[in-house]
Design a protein around this ligand. Structure first.
Ligand SMILES: NC(=O)c1ccc[n+]([C@@H]2O[C@H](COP(=O)([O-])OP(=O)(O)OC[C@H]3O[C@@H](n4cnc5c(N)ncnc54)[C@H](O)[C@@H]3O)[C@@H](O)[C@H]2O)c1
Length: 265
């Protein structure tokens, strides 16, 4: 089991929500933590409240990631754990008409941020022989699909796919990789989900702290998939066992949503 006591940890998107809770739990476990967020004020106030170090900035661009990794390495000496948590959802009522700009922004933040962070970190971890832990906050939308949200579902599938590839490729060389895949979590993102909020909270929405607890619990057996909502494991198994039956049930759900929102009338 990874010992977090004294570990050097970085959390992106830690100004609010799940990232903030992950950072708080890391501090409580005795880790030395660098928090990042695009929202500079939120980043600095999180750092001050938790006793962490602020490294505000964009964790999705290549230059932003490299600046973050350099700043965090200067502060921590070594990054042992990197939590690529920042994510965005620009879902509009008609996902098919989402603009190229929205697709590009979500691909950048929900996928390329992880690719760029791994690109900066993995060679360092392999080079110093000390291993490392790379944790992606993906989503249940990356294992199943999210009704009404094409760019979010597609980019979260890519996030899980990239994490899986990293685990396959570097796991035997001492690099641990995990994907946290929650359903509804009580954060600003859920508040902004509009008509989808009811659907996302059909199974109880968790607090960000419960997600952070689920991640720390997962370290005991080093599971790749961290499922704070255990029911997601059952849905994922059902999807794999019979994709057509699963799709039929999702279509029934979509039809109910169409009725509620008056879509297609
Ligand atoms: N809330 C949910 O129901 C839910 C469910 C499943 C997965 N997730 C995922 O959890 C992660 C955290 O989401 P949250 O619910 O805490 O949302 P949130 O909006 O409360 O927090 C996300 C934080 O990321 C920051 N951020 C966004 N883009 C950034 C960038 N380029 N660089 C640095 N910081 C950036 C934001 O400023 C914000 O502080 C996301 O990846 C999200 O997709 C959320």
């Amino acid at each position: 089991m990874q010992n977090l006591q004294g570990a050097g940890a970085v959390v992106t998107g830690a100004g609010h929500g799940i990232g903030r809770a992950l950072a708080a739990r890391l501090v409580a476990e005795g880790a030395r933590v660098v928090v990042n967020d695009l929202d500079e004020d939120a980043c600095r106030s999180t750092a001050e409240e938790l006793g962490a170090t602020a490294a505000p900035g964009d964790c999705s661009s290549d230059a932003g990631v490299r600046a973050l990794v350099d700043a965090a390495t200067a502060t921590l000496g070594r990054i042992d754990v990197f939590l690529a948590n920042a994510g965005i959802d620009r879902t509009q009522p008609d996902s098919l008409q989402a603009s190229d700009e929205d697709w590009a922004a979500m691909i950048d933040t929900n996928v390329m941020a992880h690719v760029r962070a791994a690109r900066a970190l993995v060679p360092r971890w392999l080079g110093d022989g000390g291993g490392g832990r790379f944790v992606v906050t993906a989503s249940a939308a990356g294992l199943l699909t999210m009704i009404g949200a094409a760019p979010y579902s597609v980019t979260k599938h890519a996030a899980v796919g990239f994490a899986e590839w990293l685990s396959v490729t570097y796991g035997h060389r001492g690099i641990a990789v995990q994907a946290i895949c929650p359903q509804g979590v009580q954060t600003r993102m859920l508040d902004q989900a509009g008509p989808l909020k009811d659907l996302l909270t059909r199974d109880a929405a968790l607090t960000p702290e419960q997600v952070a607890d689920a991640w720390v619990d997962s370290l005991a057996d080093d599971r790749f998939l961290v499922l704070p909502h255990p029911e997601v494991g059952a849905y994922y198994a059902a999807r794999a066992a019979d994709p057509d039956a699963w799709l039929a049930s999702m279509r029934r759900l979509q039809a109910k949503v169409d009725q509620l929102t008056g879509a297609g009338q």
